[in-house]
Design a protein around this ligand. Structure first.
Ligand code: SF4
Length: 344
């Protein structure tokens, strides 16, 4: 019996008590074993709605499991097959830094701020946003959520991903000159307009997988595959988003290829597992990766072996791989998540 066969056997045994969730960036075998696959938004909604499963095994990275724990009932147990799978971008902001930034920005700009954190952030940063009347955001709902922030006539503090913040605000009509940057390492705020004209402050964090894609990659790909459409994730830098034919969440990327005409060609700037799966799933289309080095090491820490180990552990009552969020943090973090979920 293969490890995957044993996983299916254990799933059958545990029935409704068990749910396996997987992010789109997981490998094919993990996606096969999962009950539900989605982007951060869909996975958060799914976790919130599922009240039946006692055990939720989250194949993704740490902030996703934390979000699932915040949104589920106290008696539901969240487990992560590779407990060390984190997100370097989420680690670029913590609560202390956010509190400090708040003081520095309000003192400098003399205005009211509404904080919006990408869900790719620590639970404590989500809690900071909840306490300050802010919210969370995903790449799938960024336009709606940032518009909500702009409509409050306050300056948005967008963290930790500067690229998603910049790309989204620009699409909503905010010129680059009206965007400030905050560097948490040097605790400095930079802007080129009058301080009263700053509309959004971008935290200088980024996802290394997407941030290192360059315009040269696009030029080379277009040369190699003329007539192909280039679509990228909004965690890519502004110049890349502008040079591409389209940008959006992993769900957007999947739908573009799925709904594309037979024979259409696609060059995709995001994590390689998803691009490979699209290539294999839509054989009537041509799918290429924009940058072959787009690999998220952390997403790839989940393996069939450690997933199986997690299920065997559940059977033994061993919850070493459980992810929990401190109740006081969760109480504030849930406010920011619920605000977001009420907007979409
Ligand atoms: S792809 Fe980027 S944002 Fe997503 S988990 Fe990996 S490092 Fe974090």
């Amino acid at each position: 019996m293969t490890e995957l066969d044993r996983i299916f056997e254990l799933k059958k045994e545990m029935g409704d008590d068990l749910i396996i969730l997987a992010h789109h960036y997981q490998s094919d075998d993990i996606v096969k074993a999962a009950d539900f696959t989605g982007d951060s938004l869909k996975l958060a909604q799914y976790a919130q709605q599922n009240k039946r499963a006692r055990y939720i095994v989250f194949c993704g990275v740490y902030f996703m499991s934390e979000t699932a724990d915040i949104l589920t009932e106290d008696d539901q147990i969240i487990l992560q097959p590779s407990i060390i799978a984190g997100c370097p971008m989420a680690d670029m902001a913590d609560m202390e830094q956010a509190e400090r930034a708040w003081d520095i920005i309000t003192a400098e700009l003399g205005c009211d701020i509404v904080p919006i954190t990408y869900v790719n952030s620590k639970a404590e940063v989500k809690a900071f946003c909840g306490r300050k009347g802010g919210t969370t955001v995903t790449s799938g709902n960024a336009a709606k959520v940032v518009k909500w922030g702009l409509d409050q006539n306050k300056v948005i503090l967008f963290l930790p991903d500067q690229n998603l913040g910049r790309n989204t605000a620009y699409d909503l009509g905010i010129p680059l000159d009206n965007m400030a940057e905050y560097d948490p390492k040097t605790e400095t705020l930079e802007y080129s307009c009058d301080k009263k004209d700053v509309k959004i402050v971008l935290w200088k964090g980024y996802c290394h997988v997407h941030h290192k894609i360059t315009v040269k990659h696009i030029e080379a790909a277009r040369k190699a595959h003329p007539n192909a459409k280039v679509i990228v994730h909004p965690e890519c830098q502004f110049e890349i988003a502008q040079a591409a034919d389209g940008k959006g969440s992993t769900e957007y990327i999947i739908n573009q290829v799925r709904n594309g005409e037979k024979g259409s060609k696609w060059i995709i700037g995001t994590e390689h597992n998803l691009v490979k799966r699209l290539k294999d799933s839509f054989e009537d289309k041509e799918v290429y990766i924009l940058d072959t080095s787009s690999v998220c090491t952390n997403m790839n820490r989940t393996t069939v072996q450690n997933l199986l180990e997690t299920l065997e552990d559940i059977k033994k009552g061993n919850f070493e791989k459980r992810v929990t969020v401190d109740k006081s943090i969760a109480a504030d973090a849930v406010k920011s998540l619920e605000t977001m979920l009420s907007l979409v």
